[in-house]
Design a protein around this ligand. Structure first.
Ligand code: C5P
Length: 223
């Protein structure tokens, strides 16, 4: 069987992985795995006040979610049981709940095969927290993006403001710290750079500069 080329892009919330992932995948004509969206879809499926102790129920829900990713032009539509939830999964509340269900090992295990199935020809750009360490440990190129929490909160704040959504910078910074803490200290697949990942600190870089650096690495590793 021919090996599918995989580029993994891991890093904390708000570091710009999603944007870089889209740009690189578009340039290469490869598929995308936005793994965070799977945890967000589970959070949405689980309702407002899920019982986080009912681990087997959450794992079953994760395994049985009927989801569909539909690309049309530059936009990616995400569907849950036939309903377009592309916007609904992006709220801060869903992000917080996603990071709680993502800390459950049985849930991560239940989503593993779904994630691996995204690797299809001609190639995959996978973005998340554990793409290089757990889901695609054999990926040819692993990149880990970092940036200070303050800078990431500023970027998120600007993103929300641009969308006309009211936001509070100090609250966003506090929430990011809390989410980073939970993602980094959980026992199952914590947020961690793989030993063989190339780390890029984007604190003082524009999206364009990060994109250029990533494409240089892609050319070195996949030619
Ligand atoms: O990347 P995004 O903010 O959409 O991810 C939502 C949450 O899902 C993250 O805070 C993290 O807890 C979890 N996640 C994860 N592993 C991944 C991707 C996301 O644990 N590979």
């Amino acid at each position: 069987m021919t090996k599918i080329p995989v580029l993994t892009l891991d890093g904390p919330s708000g570091v710009g992985k999603g944007t870089i992932c889209l740009l690189v995948a578009k340039k290469l004509g490869w598929h995308i795995l936005d793994s965070g969206s799977l945890y967000r879809l589970l959070a949405l499926s689980a309702g407002d006040e899920p019982d986080l102790d009912n681990v087997s129920q959450l794992a079953d829900l994760a395994r049985d979610m009927q989801i569909e990713y539909v690309t049309s032009g530059d936009a990616l539509g995400i569907y849950l049981r036939g309903k377009n939830v592309s916007q609904a999964i992006r709220t801060e509340a869903t992000g917080v709940l996603a990071s709680k269900v993502a800390a459950i090992p049985e849930v991560r295990q239940a989503l593993l095969d779904k994630q691996k199935a995204f690797a299809r020809a001609p190639g995959l750009v996978a973005d998340g927290r554990d793409m290089g360490t757990t889901v695609f440990p054999d990926a040819e190129l692993k990149i880990f993006l970092t940036a200070s929490a303050e800078e990431r909160a500023k970027r998120r704040y600007k993103q929300l403001k641009d969308k006309g959504i009211d936001a509070n910078l100090s609250q966003l910074t506090a929430e990011l710290h809390e989410r980073d803490e939970r993602d980094s200290t959980r026992s199952a697949s914590p947020l961690l750079a793989a030993d063989d990942a190339i780390v890029i600190d984007t604190t003082n870089l524009s999206i364009e500069q990060v994109y250029v650096r990533v494409m240089q690495l892609v050319e070195q590793h996949f030619s």
